[in-house]
Design a protein around this ligand. Structure first.
Ligand code: NCD
Length: 353
């Protein structure tokens, strides 16, 4: 059975097919009005969400299907101490497909290990957010008409910004793209992301100044500083307004620049930018509904015996995962698995015990 845990679970060809389907859905939504009739999507959100949860709900309703779910931990038995694995076993019995968001990294991998229905990762801690990347890819396709030869500036919280990690994983697979990673020193892209997707695979530079990078960019992907992932409130307060995009700063930008943002924004894009023709972020959010419709149909059609991504690893007497946000820290009864020296749940390089 197929799941979407990591954007690389889908080939470039599969991603392109999803984009074509989503574009057809935008053109002729009535063709798909009964496509998921009789099916149930469960939305399990253990972290706040507006766009992702509601666009999944809207997507399933637009396909003629039904939706049930929870939008906070307090309203589920997780608050009584139930494990994620047990929760998923139950929800899989009540639904045909599950979209889940969880504060711990690797949580959807625990879910796929026990689920009898497809699992969609709607964000796991500061790790990945593949369905935001689907939305981003549809937006890039509609704005630029290509996935290669693009200079992409990603700006803001590159350490905890899961949308950035999945976007880099996806776009580094296409030829001749270049990333300009713009962040404060404290919020640089993690080494595990660089090692996996950029080093020796895709051109990139790192800098701290948005102004310096501006004139080169085809895409500017702004992100929010992720308050909820900071250990220290003071550090968040110090870094929160590191970048504020204003019309003034756009004077050196290309005319065809696409300004993207997964939203929600806090201060990082001034409201005055919204009316600039280069602002693409509200259109990007709207695209989320259609690409999620395409995703739901694809996964519902996947067969129980279809090969999944094969996320396997081995137990180790020497290694341990030291990432405090990894699901192995909180979930009881799961195997701690490692592959190529990395934790298979959160991808972070493991330490010796
Ligand atoms: C993002 C997320 O949850 O990671 N939002 C979203 O899904 N559109 C970005 C964010 O919260 O900053």
């Amino acid at each position: 059975m197929r799941h979407l845990i990591d954007i690389l679970d889908f080939s470039k060809d599969e991603l392109y097919q999803l984009i074509l389907t989503a574009k057809d859905m935008i053109e002729a939504p009535e063709k798909y009005a009964d496509a998921a009739k009789g099916k149930i999507l469960a939305t399990l959100f253990f972290e706040p969400s507006t766009r992702t949860r509601l666009s999944f709900t809207s997507a399933m309703m637009s396909l003629g299907g039904d939706v049930l779910g929870i939008s906070e931990v307090q309203s589920s038995s997780v608050s009584k101490g139930e494990t994620l694995a047990d929760t998923i076993r139950m929800v899989a019995a009540y639904s045909d497909i599950i979209a889940m968001r969880h504060p711990n990294e690797g949580a959807p991998i625990v879910a796929e290990q026990v689920s009898t229905v497809p699992i969609i990762n709607a964000g796991d801690g500061g790790h990945f957010h593949p369905t935001q990347t689907l939305t981003d890819l549809l937006t890039i396709n509609r704005k630029k008409g290509r996935f290669n030869k693009l200079k992409i500036g990603v700006c803001g919280d590159l350490k905890y910004g899961r949308t950035v990690h999945s976007l880099i994983a996806a776009m580094s697979r296409y030829g001749d793209n270049e990333f300009i990673l713009i962040s404060p020193e404290e919020l640089k892209l993690p080494d595990y992301v660089k090692a996996e997707y950029l080093d020796g695979k895709c051109k990139y530079t790192e800098c701290t100044s948005l102004e310096e990078a501006m004139s080169k960019l085809d895409i500017l992907y702004m992100t929010r500083i992720q308050a909820e992932r900071f250990d220290s409130k003071d550090e968040y307060e110090r870094l929160k307004d590191s970048y504020v995009l204003t019309l003034d700063k756009l004077t050196t930008a290309k005319k065809e620049l696409a300004i993207m943002h997964p939203l929600p924004r806090v201060n990082e894009i001034a409201v005055e930018v919204d009316d600039d023709p280069r602002a693409a972020y509200f259109e990007q959010a709207a695209n989320g509904r259609y690409i999620r419709m395409a995703l739901i149909l694809k996964l519902l059609a996947s067969k129980k015996d279809e090969i999944d991504a094969g996320r396997t690893g081995a137990c180790s007497a020497e290694l341990e995962c030291k990432n405090p946000h990894c699901i192995t820290r909180t979930e009881r009864g799961i195997k701690h698995l490692f592959k190529d020296g990395k934790c298979i749940y959160c991808d972070q390089i493991a330490s010796n015990k």
